[in-house]
Design a protein around this ligand. Structure first.
Ligand code: HEC
Ligand code: HEC
Ligand code: HEC
Length: 419
């Protein structure tokens, strides 16, 4: 073997050996069993607390555990008799995660005995939320941590999962365990880390229209602080950051655009544009601001935030130090209803979710074959059909005529695919 080839051979061999060892450590980290006692939290039983748990569940859990809207499973939707049919948490493939992670499946959380969580104890559920430890003692690497949720909110969530609410009534549906790829295992073991810290008790401020409760919501429940503070550090570090909530965290959209989170500090020039709590409430729950500007994904539409919570968030955001900082956001255009539909598709943010590489591309192609009036009505009020819809409520920026024009363009172009 020539010297160069031999050297190359050894380098490759070395890489394989080291790679293998690193992978072995990583899978051990992700795959080992942990002996963590469950925190002493039981289910809440009062109707108010169960309702609170339902809102927490719809905001923080349903998106992943309901799975894809297109697989037909009997009982996947609640009966239309009790309002718009909603997709139950029957489990399914989690979309929107990078392909290299492997196949991430979220299990069935309905009260089914065999395929759901009917046989889980309250402690099993509380421990999962606090420490990320599954019932079998392994680390739930593919599920986010909810370690900062206060005891009362954890109890409310468990109370809801144990309730007779139609959303969680039993549906038999088996879902595979997540199959993490090599890269996914490495990423979770080293980049995301295995974090099983979990306090026995997590206090939370009394619920009310106060800065303290607003801070709790922004940190522990809705992750505003994580997304609106620049950097990839921990939430603790972000709370100490001189640029707390000044925005600038960037997100790459599937079509390669970079979107920066907004400055939410009270700075008059560059800060929070919402002038009142009503403005903020509307923006958070519909995805459209008073100025008619649509917030683009990944900013979630918080369909379950109520007025009291919006007030608390507003008071808190007004209480943080002002930071003058303009983030290099790509310009957001105010949508003009009589603009050409292909322009609206961009300015209304549709392209981020339904564009060529967007996560909901296929869905829009299918939907584009539906009757015109149905598509148009859906665009103005998607929450009328799916109360949790992450699609903004476009009614304020699309009148009936504009919605119809956009809908006919979608039909003519196979969901915007053909020019
Ligand atoms: C980002 C997607 C995502 C979100 C959000 C999410 N989950 Fe999960 N969940 C998963 C995945 C994936 C698994 C499987 C994890 C694994 O086995 O590593 C899982 C597992 C579970 C399990 C089964 C654990 C076990 O012991 O086997 C329960 C119960 C659960 N989640 C409840 C919840 C609740 C309650 C919430 C909201 C507070 C929630 N999940 C939010 C993705 C998610
Ligand atoms: C997953 C990340 C993420 C989370 C969580 C998040 N945001 Fe955002 N937010 C963003 C991004 C990104 C933008 C910029 C959107 C754009 O440029 O279209 C944004 C924009 C905003 C805006 C400006 C909208 C406008 O039209 O001017 C406000 C206000 C806001 N977010 C408040 C909040 C609050 C309050 C919370 C918590 C309740 C929150 N955000 C949680 C990512 C996030
Ligand atoms: C934040 C991501 C997001 C944005 C932005 C978005 N959508 Fe959607 N869209 C979805 C999701 C997710 C669904 C699936 C149903 C649901 O959750 O409401 C959907 C559903 C639809 C449907 C109906 C599908 C059906 O089954 O009937 C149409 C039509 C549609 N979107 C068109 C649009 C148009 C046009 C725009 C811009 C004006 C837009 N969407 C903006 C995520 C988005």
């Amino acid at each position: 073997m020539p010297v160069i080839a031999r050297a190359f051979f050894f380098v490759v061999l070395l890489a394989v050996v080291i790679g293998g060892a690193v992978y072995a450590v990583a899978s051990r980290r992700v795959g080992r069993k942990y002996d963590v006692p469950p925190p002493p939290i039981g289910r809440a039983t009062s109707p108010d607390e169960i309702a609170r748990g339902g809102r927490l569940f719809r905001t923080n859990c349903l998106g992943c555990h309901a799975g894809a809207p297109d697989d037909a499973v009997p009982g996947a939707y609640t009966d239309a008799a009790s309002g718009p049919a909603q997709r139950r948490p029957i489990g399914g493939r989690v979309t929107g995660t990078p392909d290299f992670m492997g196949e991430i499946w979220a299990p069935n959380l309905t009260a089914d005995r065999d395929t759901g969580i009917a046989t889980f104890s309250d402690g099993d559920l509380a421990r999962l939320l606090r420490s990320g430890i599954r019932r079998d003692g392994r680390y739930a690497a593919a599920m986010p941590r909810f370690g900062r949720l206060g005891d009362a909110d954890v109890a409310a969530l468990i109370g809801f999962l144990r309730s007779t609410d139609s959303l969680v009534s039993p549906v038999t549906h088996w879902v595979p365990r997540p199959g993490l790829g090599v890269a996914g295992t490495l990423a979770l073991a080293f980049a995301a880390g295995v974090d099983i810290r979990g306090e026995e008790h997590v206090a939370m401020p009394p619920r009310g229209r106060t800065a303290a409760y607003g801070r709790y919501l922004a940190v522990a429940v809705y992750a505003c602080v994580d997304c609106h503070t620049e950097g990839f550090s921990s939430t603790d570090e972000k709370l100490q950051s001189p640029t707390l909530l000044a925005g600038g965290q960037f997100h790459r959209t599937p079509n390669g655009e970079t979107i920066y989170s907004t400055n939410l500090t009270p700075d008059p020039e560059t800060g929070l544009a919402a002038r009142s709590t009503a403005d903020l409430a509307r923006l958070l729950t519909t995805g459209v601001g008073v100025d008619g500007l649509v917030t683009r994904s990944p900013m979630p539409v918080f369909r379950n935030i109520d007025d009291a919570e919006a007030d608390a968030l507003f008071v808190y955001l007004r209480s943080v130090p002002s930071v003058a900082r303009r983030n290099p956001a790509p310009p957001r255009e105010r949508p003009v209803p009589d603009a050409p539909p292909e322009r609206l598709f961009v300015t209304l943010g549709c392209v981020v979710c339904h564009g060529d590489h967007g996560p909901q591309r296929a869905l829009l192609k299918l939907a584009a074959r539906k009757p015109l009036a149905e598509i148009a009505a859906y665009l103005r009020h998607p929450e009328a059909r799916d109360p949790q819809s992450q699609m903004p409520t476009y009614a304020a920026v699309l009148d009936d005529a504009a919605a119809l024009r956009l809908a006919s363009w979608l039909r003519a172009t196979d969901g915007g695919a053909r020019p």
